[in-house]
Design a protein around this ligand. Structure first.
Ligand code: PMP
Length: 404
């Protein structure tokens, strides 16, 4: 589907056609995004806000239009609820800091889950250390789904926030967000959703989800690196203490005191990535022109195709086998009961032009729970097709034969 829109995909690696199956780490970029960056730098580059001159006004208008585009894309009520950040990690660190400073006291509790990426663990851990709060973790059941009975048991009068991945970057499985959010809200507890792995693979509607915060990185949805968003309900954002001080985020500054800007600028200190925001919005327009529903259907059917093919290879163990996945499949290969190191599989696939990722995927606690030091992970995007999967499967079989 639309491979021709992505220039890098025509590249050869070691003389072989590139098969790129590392999209959960980052996606490749369409010509529409490359053109947008080129256009932004050649047509209106100028620092935004405050400028009286023409270029600055155009750049400002484009940046704010991009914010509205992102707000519409995820169903936010208003553009004020969209804070531009550097990416998911930056968004989650920002939230952990701001929420911690504003609402957390000694003995309060934060809940995360066993499948979280390090960037939805460590910022909360750091905040809990600073505030003498307690980090609690929803355990997994044997089938690798979250134990939601145990989750309900973890919710207490001291719980202040639940932060949870929509889709696991290791297993590809979805969390039951409507249940998790519903239970938290019955107790007036805020919920943050890490949508890094879901935003490119399913419709995100923060209104329907009713989450209080949501974070994702633009680079995971065919858009530029170095930009992402933190969505927050106005109710919460208005109360939060800002994260960084500097230009843009202030109303008035004196040496004695500073008053802060209105939303969302209160959280955007310094020159924002206005080239990135423009290209991000143009990429979202491109994706809409391809058709989001078609993209999601295509990926779901490709994921099932890939899982079926993998299942038929002797010695392959798929994690969360048979469960619905959003673009990610993790597995390991065993030879007569002995684990073949995922790194060796990854290396041999690379030599055949197939890019996959191996290791703990920045989710060390989860891989430890799986009882391994890492997995091989393939992850899909709109431009992958059955031919890519067939080449990967052939390459994997060849790699296994060499390693046996
Ligand atoms: N959360 C999840 C679930 C992820 O998969 C990732 C990226 N692998 C992140 C957070 C962090 O994203 P970034 O590195 O773009 O900040």
């Amino acid at each position: 589907m639309r491979k021709e829109d992505f220039p890098i995909l025509s590249k050869k690696i070691y003389g072989r056609q590139l098969v790129y199956l590392d999209n959960a780490a980052t996606t490749q970029k369409p010509q529409a995004m490359l053109d947008a960056i080129n256009f932004a730098y050649s047509d209106f580059n100028s620092n935004i806000h405050r400028g009286v001159h023409h270029l600055s006004q155009v750049a400002t208008a484009n940046h704010e239009q991009a914010r509205r585009k992102v707000a519409d894309f995820i169903g936010a009520k208003s553009a004020e609820e969209i804070i531009f950040t550097k990416g998911t990690t930056d968004s989650l660190n920002m939230l952990a800091f701001c929420f911690g400073e504003t609402f957390i006291s000694e003995g309060d509790e934060i809940i995360i889950s066993s499948v979280e990426h390090h960037s939805n663990i460590v910022p909360w851990q750091m905040m809990c250390k600073r505030k003498k709060a307690v980090l609690k973790v929803i355990p997994l059941k044997n089938d690798l789904t979250l134990d939601l009975d145990k989750y309900v048991g973890l919710l207490s009068e001291r719980t202040k926030l639940v932060s949870i991945a929509d889709v696991s970057n290791v297993l590809g499985t979805e969390s039951d967000l409507s249940f998790i959010i519903g239970q938290a809200h019955q107790r007036n507890i805020a919920v943050c959703v890490d949508a890094a792995q879901s935003v490119a693979h399913k419709k995100i509607d923060v209104g329907a989800l009713d989450c209080d915060f949501l974070a994702f990185s633009a680079h995971k949805i065919y858009s530029p690196n170095g930009i992402g968003i933190l969505y927050g309900k106005k109710y919460w954002l208005q109360q939060l203490t800002p994260y960084q001080g500097g230009g843009e985020m202030i109303e008035h500054v004196s040496f004695e005191n500073t008053t802060y800007n209105i939303l969302p600028y209160k959280f955007e200190a310094g020159t924002p990535n206005y080239i990135g925001s423009y290209a991000f919005a143009k990429t979202l327009e491109y994706l809409e022109s391809v058709g989001l529903e078609q993209i999601f259907e295509h990926e779901n059917s490709l994921s099932q195709y890939a899982e079926k093919k993998l299942e038929n290879i002797e010695g392959v163990k798929i994690y969360a086998a048979g469960q619905e996945k959003k673009g990610v499949i993790s597995f390991n290969v065993y030879n007569k009961g002995q684990l073949i190191h995922p790194y060796d599989i990854g290396m041999l696939l690379d030599k055949q032009g197939v890019a996959v990722r191996t290791g703990h995927h920045c989710a060390e606690p989860l891989t430890r729970l799986l009882g391994v030091s890492g997995t091989v992970r393939i992850s899909l995007a709109l431009y992958n097709d059955r031919n890519d999967i067939d080449i990967f499967i052939q390459g994997l079989k060849r790699a296994i034969a060499m390693l046996e």
